[in-house]
Design a protein around this ligand. Structure first.
Ligand SMILES: C=CC1=C(C)c2cc3[nH]c(cc4nc(cc5[nH]c(cc1n2)c(C)c5CCC(=O)O)C(CCC(=O)O)=C4C)c(C)c3C=C
Ligand SMILES: [Fe+2]
Length: 422
């Protein structure tokens, strides 16, 4: 079974079926073909299909679950949230359909609509073009709906209030939080992950472009260097503190753990979310300059694992079973471990970031933490509460935040959020 198959249970070749020309013509830009350019337009659309380079590194878009959750973690991230700037439900649904067609195309290495150079010369191209000639690069696009889509300042803009899942709970204030409202929240989030940053950025940019007049980007975050993996056989990546991160993550191949801890179920209170998951994002500033002046033994005590091998305290190998009693009471791993949280587990999928400097001679660096779970109340919220006494808190601060309900995967012919808006 290929990586692409894992998401869908179907072959990668099926997942790469090209958009029909009729569907491509549904894009707003392509509709300008009508008239003077219509005759020559179809040939140019055909040419546009060749613009990108579909290859074996495409992750299937359609399937029971959205890709970008249990599928193998790529190297780069562009995460963006959007505010919906219209109250018109039909316009929003229309955009979600356009986004779905664009996402299905881009993840398979094809351009949006008639492409960057395939449309009429008298209209702006449907695709911005910076991914021309690039392979799919395992691009995944994962959408999530924030609490404010359901109810913003007491206003039910889209008739969705009654459909808000109880699990889509507002995150409480945690000790030490210093959240920037300009880096928090959003009605809709899109996580773009790819092995090529240009492909991830191109995807978000083109969705934003299609959304003109319906949505506006609220904030976005670039990430490099994955800090977790969903493939336990692969080498565990390291975070900006230099420690292996993601050792004890939920594996994308562990169907039982995914069903128990990651996928929302039919009986969970919101049927439209069955097969979906809840995403918690936190921009966590890491004070790497302070960390770099901290002795190695202290660094290792902070995590309860050693720096070279990633082995739990008192053990030799990374995968040895941790003995929590051998760690300091305030060690991060001890406090985050399921045994300290009533068995709670989350699927971590975060990335490192550096965003220039803070004006005080320090790098603005950190971890863009992303976790997927079946219910944030028993997932992230529970674990984060237990991390109140974490020794690592001296070196980190949470500065951005968001929680989003990621609907199930899209069936062929369906669209993002279909189960919610049906
Ligand atoms: C609320 C959840 C978590 C936050 C926030 C968080 C921040 C954070 N973590 C690291 C580095 C490491 N975390 C590790 C393990 C680990 N972390 C969490 C949860 C949160 N981390 C969990 C559930 C676990 C697994 C615990 C277990 O079952 O053993 C590790 C150890 C290696 C590993 O297993 O991944 C490291 C290292 C940073 C730097 C950070 C914020 C900046
Ligand atoms: Fe952690």
């Amino acid at each position: 079974m290929t990586e692409a198959d894992r998401n869908t249970g179907e072959s990668a070749a099926q997942g790469r079926a090209p958009l029909s020309r009729r569907r491509m013509l549904g894009f707003s830009g392509a509709s300008l073909l009508v008239g003077a350019a219509a005759g020559a337009g179809l040939d140019r659309v055909a040419a546009a299909e060749e613009n990108r380079a579909p290859g074996a590194d495409a992750i299937a878009f359609h399937g029971p679950h959205q890709a970008g959750i249990a599928t193998p973690v790529q190297d780069r991230l562009h995460f963006a949230t959007f505010d919906v700037i219209t109250d018109d439900r039909a316009r929003l649904v229309r955009l979600l359909k356009e986004w779905t067609a664009a996402a299905a195309a881009m993840t398979q290495g094809r351009p949006v609509g008639a492409g960057a150079v395939g449309g009429p010369a008298v209209a702006p191209p449907d695709d911005t073009g910076e991914a021309l000639g690039l392979p799919p690069s395992r691009l995944t696009l994962t959408i999530g709906f924030g609490p404010t889509l359901f109810d913003k300042d007491g206003k039910d803009r889209f008739g969705l209030k009654a459909r808000r899942p109880a699990a889509l709970a507002d995150l409480p204030h945690f000790p030490g939080d210093n959240l920037d409202p300009d880096r928090s929240g959003g009605d809709i989030a899109v996580q773009a992950c790819a092995d090529d940053p240009q492909v991830a950025v191109h995807a978000i940019r083109n969705l934003a472009r299609l959304g003109f007049g319906v949505v506006a980007v609220r904030w976005s975050q670039l990430g490099f260097g994955k800090t977790s993996s969903t493939t336990p056989d692969a080498q565990t990546p390291r975070n900006l503190f230099g420690f292996k991160d993601g050792t004890e993550n939920i594996s994308g191949g562990d169907a039982a753990a995914l069903d128990e801890h990651v996928w929302a179920g039919k009986g969970d209170g919101a049927d439209w979310m069955a097969g979906g998951s809840y995403l918690v994002a936190r921009r966590i500033r890491m004070h790497i300059e302070t960390w770099d002046r901290t002795p190695l033994r202290e660094q290792q005590d902070v995590f309860g694992r050693d720096k070279r091998e990633g082995a739990p305290a008192g053990k030799a190998k990374e995968r040895d079973k941790p003995d929590l009693s051998k760690m300091k009471p305030d060690a991060h791993v001890r406090l985050a471990h399921p045994d300290s949280n009533g068995g709670s587990r989350i699927l971590r999928r975060g990335y490192s970031f550096t965003d220039g400097t803070d004006g005080l001679g320090r790098l603005e660096a950190g971890l863009f933490f992303i976790a997927f779970q079946r219910d944030p109340r028993t997932g992230f919220i529970r674990v984060q509460r237990n991390l109140a006494t974490d020794a690592m808190n001296e070196y980190v601060q949470h500065v951005g935040s968001g929680v989003f309900a990621c609907p199930p995967g899209v069936r062929e012919g369906g669209y993002w959020g279909e189960t919610l808006f049906a």
